[in-house]
Design a protein around this ligand. Structure first.
Ligand code: GLU
Length: 488
C-alpha cells in the first residue's frame, strides 16, 4: 500500500504558480516568491504558471500587468503557462474567469457547505462593534445560516442581494508547511467567511482555490502574510473533495530598520532597481539569498547554479533583512565581471545627460572599462565619468593641488612638450608619463605621485580616477592641452 501512495505522488507533475495582483509594479518580494517557486519546479522538471489576479478592477491596470511581465522576464523567470503564452488551463487572467466561480459556489451550497447571507453592512458593522466592546475576536454570528426559503424570498423581495458564506466546520486543522513545518489552527476562530460577494464576484480565498484546483497546482509557495488564509483555503478544498496542494510560506522581507520594506527605504519595485542601474542578474542572485543559503557558502551564483542546490525545506522560516549595502556590493561584483561591450550598452542610457557621439564606440568602451571598477550601480557612471564629457571642468575639488608651484611647473612642462607626444598611441603616452615622473624626480626631487596628481588634477578636475595614460588617449591631444592651459 505504501509503495502505491509513493507512486501516486511521484507521478504528479509538480506545478507551481505565481499569482500577482497588478495593483503596482512587480515588488522585489514578489520576485523572490516567483524565484523560489521557479527554482522548486525547475529542479524536478515541473511547471511554473503565471496567473494575473486582476479581480479588483479598480486597482488593477494593464500598465502594471505589463510591468509584471517585463520584470519577470528581465529576471529570467519565464513561465510555462500564462496570460500571454496560454496553456491548457486558461484563461490566466482571473478577470476572465468570473463565469467559473458561481458554479462551484452553488455546488458548495447544494452540499450544505455554504449558505446565502443577507446581512447588510450596517448589521455586520454592529456585530463587529459588539465584539470590540466585549474584547472578543470577531466571528460572524451565523444569523443567516438557518433562514427558511420563505425568509430568504422575503429578503430578496426587499431588494437585498445575498453574499455566499462558507460554513466553517469547527475542528483542529493541521498541515505540514514546506517551509515552516507542522502548523495547527483552531477553525472555530475563523467564522463563516464570504466566498462570493453580493455583487456576484468571488473573494480572494475562493477564487484562488478554484483557480489553483482547476490549474492543477500541486504546491503553493507564497509569503507568510497569507498563512491566515491557508486554513480557509484548505477547508474549501476539502469541501469540494479536491486534493489539497502542499503549502509553503516564506518569511517576510524586512527593511534594515526591521519594518516592512517600503518606498521610504529605497526602491522596492524591480523596475525601479533596474532604472537605478542594478543588473537583473545581481538582483535575482541577491533575492535568492533572502532566506536561502548556498551549501558551499559561495554567494555569487547564477539562477541555474542556485537551482541545482535549492531545497525548499532548507529555506529559512524567519524574516530576512533586505540589506541595500549588500545588494550594492553584489551589483558591483557583477559589474566588474561583465563583458565590456554588453556593459557599455547598459551604461549608455545612464550617460544621456552628455553628448556621447563625440566618442567612437572603441573609446566609449574604453571609458567603461577604465571607470567601472568602483561602480556599485550603473547610475554612478554619470558622476564618475563626467570629465570625459564636460567641456568646462570644475577645478574646485583640486584647487589646493593646482595652486602648488610644483604642479604649475609640471603642467607647463607637459604643455611645452606636447608636440613630442603621440596622443594616438596609448603605449607612447604611458612611456611619456613614466619619463615625466623620472625627469621631475631626478632633476627636482618631486615625488612621482606629486607629478601625477598635478596632471590628473589639471586634466580631470579630480584627485583620483581612471588610469591616466588611457584617460589622455581617450580625450585626445586638443582637449588635454586645452585643459592643461585652463588649469594654469
Ligand atoms: N494575488 C495574491 C497576492 O498577490 C496571491 C496570493 C497567493 O499566492 O495565493 O498576494
Amino acid at each position: 500500500m505504501k509503495s502505491r501512495i509513493y507512486e501516486v505522488i511521484m507521478s504528479d507533475k509538480i506545478r507551481v504558480r505565481i499569482a500577482p495582483s497588478p495593483s503596482g509594479n512587480l515588488h522585489i518580494g514578489t520576485a523572490r516568491t516567483a524565484l523560489f517557486n521557479f527554482l522548486y519546479a525547475k529542479k524536478v522538471g515541473g511547471e511554473f504558471v503565471l496567473r494575473i489576479e486582476d479581480t479588483d478592477l479598480d486597482r488593477s491596470s494593464q500598465a502594471y500587468t505589463q510591468n509584471i511581465f517585463d520584470s519577470l522576464k528581465a529576471l529570467g523567470l519565464n513561465w510555462d503557462e500564462g496570460p500571454d503564452v496560454g496553456g491548457p488551463y486558461g484563461p490566466y487572467y482571473q478577470s476572465q474567469r468570473f463565469d467559473i466561480y458561481p458554479k462551484y459556489a452553488k455546488m458548495l451550497m447544494d452540499k450544505g457547505y455554504a449558505y446565502e447571507c443577507f446581512c447588510t453592512n450596517e448589521e455586520l458593522e454592529a456585530e463587529k462593534e459588539e465584539a470590540i466592546k466585549n474584547h472578543s475576536a470577531y466571528v460572524y454570528s451565523r444569523k443567516c445560516l438557518n433562514l427558511t426559503e420563505e425568509e430568504k424570498n422575503e429578503l430578496r423581495a426587499k431588494g437585498i442581494k445575498p453574499s455566499i458564506r462558507f460554513r466553517v466546520e469547527h475542528k483542529e486543522l493541521m498541515f505540514n508547511d514546506l517551509v515552516k513545518g507542522e502548523l495547527k489552527f483552531d477553525t472555530s476562530l475563523i467564522g463563516d467567511f464570504v466566498i462570493m460577494k453580493s455583487n456576484g464576484t468571488p473573494t480572494y480565498n475562493f477564487a484562488v482555490v478554484i483557480d489553483d484546483m482547476l490549474m492543477k497546482i500541486t504546491d503553493v509557495i507564497r509569503g507568510e502574510d497569507h498563512i491566515s488564509n491557508t486554513p480557509k483555503q484548505i477547508l474549501i478544498y476539502e469541501a469540494l473533495g479536491a486534493k489539497v496542494p502542499n503549502f509553503g510560506h516564506l518569511g517576510m522581507i524586512l527593511a534594515p530598520d526591521r519594518t516592512k520594506l517600503s518606498k521610504r527605504h529605497g526602491a522596492t519595485a524591480v523596475s525601479d532597481f533596474v532604472k537605478q542601474g542594478y543588473l537583473t542578474d545581481a538582483l535575482i542572485n541577491f533575492v535568492a539569498l533572502l532566506g536561502w543559503a548556498p551549501s558551499d557558502g559561495v554567494e555569487i551564483k547564477s539562477v541555474d547554479e542556485i537551482a541545482k542546490d535549492f531545497r525548499i525545506h532548507e529555506v529559512s522560516s524567519s524574516n530576512s533583512v533586505f540589506e541595500y549595502d549588500k545588494l550594492n556590493w553584489m551589483n558591483g561584483q557583477y559589474i566588474k565581471k561583465m563583458e565590456i561591450p554588453k556593459l557599455t550598452d547598459m551604461i549608455i542610457p545612464f550617460l544621456s545627460k552628455y553628448d556621447i557621439t563625440k566618442y567612437s564606440r572603441e573609446k566609449l568602451e574604453k571609458i567603461v572599462q577604465i571607470t567601472r571598477e568602483p561602480l556599485t550601480v550603473l547610475s554612478e557612471i554619470e558622476h564618475d565619468a563626467s570629465y570625459f564629457f564636460e567641456d568646462n571642468l570644475s577645478y574646485d575639488e583640486v584647487r589646493e593641488v593646482l595652486d602648488k608651484d610644483l604642479s604649475k611647473e609640471v603642467i607647463q612642462y607637459v604643455i611645452d612638450n606636447a608636440d613630442s607626444w603621440n596622443f594616438d598611441d596609448e603605449e607612447d603616452i604611458h612611456n611619456k608619463l613614466a619619463d615625466l615622473r623620472t625627469y621631475f624626480k631626478e632633476n627636482k626631487g618631486y615625488k612621482p605621485k606629486e607629478t601625477m596628481w598635478a596632471i590628473r588634477a589639471a586634466i580631470t578636475g579630480r584627485t583620483r580616477g581612471a588610469d591616466m595614460a588611457e584617460t589622455i588617449w581617450i580625450l585626445g591631444k586638443d582637449k588635454v592641452v586645452q585643459r592643461l592651459k585652463n588649469a594654469l
